[in-house]
Design a protein. Sequence first.
Lengths: 293, 537, 127
Amino acid sequence: MSEVIVEFDRLSRSFGKEQALSDVTLRFERGLVHGLVGENGAGKTTLIRHILGLLKAKQGSVRVFQFDPVRYPKEVLGRIGYLSEDRDLPDWMTVVQLMRYSQAFYGGWDETFAEQLRDQFELDPMQQIKKLSRGQRARAGLLMALAHRPDLLILDEPSSGLDPVVRRDILSAIIRSVADEGRTVLFSSHLLEEVQRVADRVVLLHHGRVGLNGPLPEILLEHIRLVLRFDVPQQTQPDLPGVISWQGAGREWTVLCNGGVEELRTAASNCGAQIVDEGTPTLDEIFLARASS
Amino acid sequence: MHHTESSSIRQVKALVWEYVGRVWWGQLLGLVGVIGFASIIYGVFTLEYELSFRDSEVGKFLHFGFYWATLCFLGAPILAAWGAPQRRYTLPMSSFLTVVCPMVCSMASMFALYAVAATTLNLLFEAGWPIWGPGLVAAFLVGWIQAVLWSTSNSQVLQMVSCLASFGVVLFGVVTYVSPGQPATGWFHAGLTPLHVVVFGLASLLCVGVGTYGFANLRCGGGLEVQRIADWVSRIFSKSARAKPFSSPTAAQFWLEWTERGYVMPLGIAIIGSLALFFTFVFSPALVKHGDAIEFINVFSAIILTPVLVVGIYMGARSEDGGFGNFNGSRPLSDSQIANALLKSTTVSVLSSVFVWAIVLGIVSLMSGLASSTLSLPNAIELLIGSIRLLGIAALGIGAVWGAVTLIASLVLAGKKELNVAVGTVIALFIVGGIGPRFLLSSEAQDSFQFVFGWACIVLPLVLVVAAYVASWRLNLISRHTLVLAAAIVGTMFVGGHVCYGFTSDLGPTLAALWICCLAPASLAAAPLAVWWNRHR
Amino acid sequence: MQIRISNSDGIPIYRQIVNQVKYLVAAGRLTAGDQLLPVRSLAEQLVVNPNTVARAYRELESSGVITSRQGSGAFVSVNGSPLAKSEKRKLLQDRVDLLLAEADSLDVDVATVVKLVRDRSRSLKSE
């Protein structure tokens, strides 16, 4: 059984009337890449902020490396590399100043590795952060997060607004982190294609609740996409068991279901429909189906 | 033709509507704060000393002191309301209209607010605040600063330097001409004369001209290339950054606080001081005679102290929305370490500012000593006692300023909502204490109310400080070292204050000094509490 | 070792890797004794999770397509395993199915298709 790096126990959090997280129980294990997906406002950033201690656990609990991040910020944050969604960095510093500043905080800072990354990311050391383009800024943030070889790498929407070259840099960095000495990565993303490439486990958040949580291959295999052909054109979606989403019109409908194909087949034939095509949906399709339900 | 006309009017209406929407709350708070604060002081003076303010020296002096506070509290929300001018570059409006409309709004609001404050105080206390002179000057100052800010919005460095330079020149003008005892004070206090109108009209035209030219220039990508020089200078400094790594995380955090904000205050004072001095010596060397020099210092210092609050706000602010920000919040430092880095940087800032200020004063004294022909040497003992007293004043004064700046920084550190609540509460208290009694209570009731209120004002802050220390201690945010440091601060300040007042048995001033001393180290507990509160929501 | 990962079919990535390695072996582009890229290198090349590549390699090993030697890496199995032959057959069968479906929709009969296959084979051989 792998070591548990982050543990949420019945965590709930509301901001005023809005319930951001409801009864979230999760464990993130060491050495895996955890993908966190969900629509805007589903609670991904709220969850991440709890890990960093930027939000107090008002209901339920959070433990990171077995510590409470609010009470032990130094111990917890010193082992985490964090790339925030808004790429918050001190604008007035130059790249080299930021590197020198960051080095002071992390015992594991590897100067050679940092230089290597800086060179690879093509960051001018004397350039001010505020003058960097969006992609360069993301790379700078990624450098600061990676250079101290953190036990836990947290990336909040790392690819948003970036060109394919920078996105590739980020994904490669994730892969290298995990390949080296099995560090843990948690990244939230809208680009499900990337999550599908790189994640070991996926957590889907929907309106603050955990919708899906499991190894990615299993999630993909559990869901099936079927095309049903009805004898008679249907005006509305017929009621069939286990179906998560419907799409189509008239006689042919595409459905997504969560296992239970045989029951569906029987029920479908009772409704006068045949299964004409079967396949595995992409993570994108599963996500959309779950999100709209 | 008709179509274009109405669209301009529509645009102007839209801008005005935006302005009112953004600024009314801040203006209201500022106005109430100024009136309330002044009411308390005037109220105390009226009841205790039964002075009349109209046309008296005391009245003029009080007005002059409050005038600067008024400018800051009312001017800040007005200037902040328009935001960055870059937002308006792509509006389908001429530069002239885009500049004039906001400027007219700002100047009109400033004048109106000042007039309302002055009229209210005149009605309540017969404070003798003149309306036209100071009102028009205030309006002009707001217009000028807005013009300067909008003309230099491409470079923060240039903005800062220009504003400070303007402030320095204004300071010179004020001290030379309109401070109490100076020749033009009469003009300040007179009613509306044709001279007022002409001068103000010309000054406004200057503001509009500078503002429009600067805005139009920046709009099409022009602007002084000062930023490149500033970058080049900062590159030279950051070359040394390659040198050696920081000795500890707290050293790194202190460097960040200092380089981001700490250096601004001493630098600002150096710039303002040198400019004001330069203009004074060049244009009014006669001012620097012995007696006048002392007055010069007094007036100058009083004006410099007013923005102390603003400095505190600047030091404490973490991000736009008042929250801690993702970068600052995720530093691997404990809450007290973050707070201490901020306190340390602010302390160095205050002390170095005082040092710069002392140099300015030293130059003035030296010049006045050289210029004065009839200078009699005091005997040695008097000189010695005088110097010790000066140090005593310094300990108490610097301690009080440091305490105020760091406390305000701590409040801002706690978050925007919390700051609003605190400011709102204080203003409410001002209203309750200053204005309320005049309207609601009879004279006898007013007396007893003032008594109770006065004591509450004395006791409550002490209680809050103690509570802050207790809370910080229980949350493990402060240690024994902190308590020792706090005691040292109180001790040094008190001894200094006692020395400055001489060894008399005057209980009143001694207790007042003790009160200030006990409040001064509040930020040592308040700052870590604020970080703990704001960082982990 | 050229492998392409596609995200749009909905086939798990490790399965795609397994299929493509089997195809490469069956097509002769990977011969017996060839060394496969180490897990980490292939993961970096494809920009996928190393665990996924490791899983693919495990499955290939358990079906006998590759063997891994401790410390040296993974190599294509020396004896063309019988499964490779059945893979070849299945591969071609899929293509034949496609061809037949296409012919059916174009209304071409099987005899014509067979004749076409023979003709093309002859002309390709003579090139």
